[in-house]
Design a protein around this ligand. Structure first.
Ligand SMILES: [Fe+2]
Length: 318
């Protein structure tokens, strides 16, 4: 996922725009939080007007939705605030309607927003991968495992999904009132967050209020942290989240990247050796050795061509 560093951004100062892409009905409005200029993958806020209606259908890229407010009817189901869906590419949702208006976070992970009306979905869709959670009422907050330095007590999470291939993670997190954490963190993955409610503070980027958002590329220092009244946010990473904690606010991206490599060499030497061995472009894309030492090469995960010319964009099946 290649997106520029956006931090901090307060979406409340931006007006909604009509979404006029093919397949999206009238009454669909959006704000772009971040966009990958190469693939069209994006994080959006969608506002659906009262009376909005759409037939059953699917997206050509996997997507995630999180209901911020209002109610979305999906077949016989009613999706209220805190409802989270991870929807694999090509898997259809039932006919949808919005009686009195709703706002959603919508993440299109590998391509631009698409919609294809279809009750059956695509033949190659990863139907078993669907995730459907009532995150507010059906899940408890969990403390983050403490190390020193590490995440301070009072920051808790609900993990919504971890991709089995990329380890990309979607999670809710909260900070309790008068939360503070005195260390600085960075990581190998990109990270994004939308503040559903409340304000947090960060040494480098100041206050992030309700409606605040960031898309942060790898190895950028962030922290110390604080929140006076607490906050609830939805976060995502594009790969495994491993926090490197420290106390030096002056380190730069390249220093942090090199320190991460040193940590990898010390703590996971086998992976470090493998990463060096696989550097360059003269090797198979995904070769896995069988137990007998023979290699099996998977085909490139470029998706499956459809009659319409669209291809399904998704992470590979586990
Ligand atoms: Fe982080």
């Amino acid at each position: 996922m290649s997106r520029p560093h956006i931090e901090p951004y307060d979406e409340r100062g931006t007006a909604f725009r009509r979404l006029t892409l093919p397949g999206f009905p009238r009454g669909t409005h959006y704000k772009a939080l971040s966009v990958d200029g190469e693939s069209g993958a994006c994080s959006l806020i969608l506002k659906l007007e009262g009376g909005w209606r759409r037939p059953a259908g699917f997206s050509y890229t996997e997507m995630e939705i999180f209901v911020l407010d209002g109610e979305v009817r999906c077949g016989a189901d009613r999706l209220g605030p805190g409802r989270y869906l991870w929807i694999p590419a090509g898997v259809p949702l039932a006919e949808m309607s919005v009686p009195r208006g709703a706002r959603l976070l919508a993440f299109y992970n590998y391509g631009e927003p698409t919609f294809e009306a279809s009750a059956e979905g695509h033949a190659d869709a990863f139907g078993d991968g669907m995730v459907d959670l009532d995150t507010y009422h059906g899940m408890q907050w969990n403390p983050v495992v403490r190390k020193a330095p590490g995440v301070a007590p009072g920051c808790m999470t609900k993990v919504l999904r971890v991709d089995p291939v990329t380890k990309a993670c979607t999670f809710l997190y909260c900070m309790t009132p008068n939360y503070w954490q005195d260390n600085i963190s960075y990581h190998d993955c990109a990270e994004e967050s939308y503040h559903i409610w409340g304000t947090s503070w960060m040494m480098q980027f100041g206050y992030l209020p309700t409606g605040g958002y960031f898309w942060r590329p790898p190895y950028i220092n962030h922290g110390a942290f604080a929140s006076q009244l607490g906050c609830v946010a939805l976060g995502r990473t594009d790969a495994e989240l491993f926090n490197y904690f420290h106390f030096d606010p002056w380190t730069q991206i390249e220093q942090n990247r090199r320190r991460a490599i040193r940590v990898l060499r010390q703590e996971r030497p086998e992976l470090h050796r493998w990463a060096l061995a696989e550097a360059g472009h003269n090797h198979p894309t995904a070769a896995h050795l069988h137990a007998d030492g023979t290699a099996h090469v998977h085909e490139h995960a470029t998706g499956h061509e459809l009659e319409s010319g669209h291809s399904i964009r998704r992470a590979r099946k586990p």
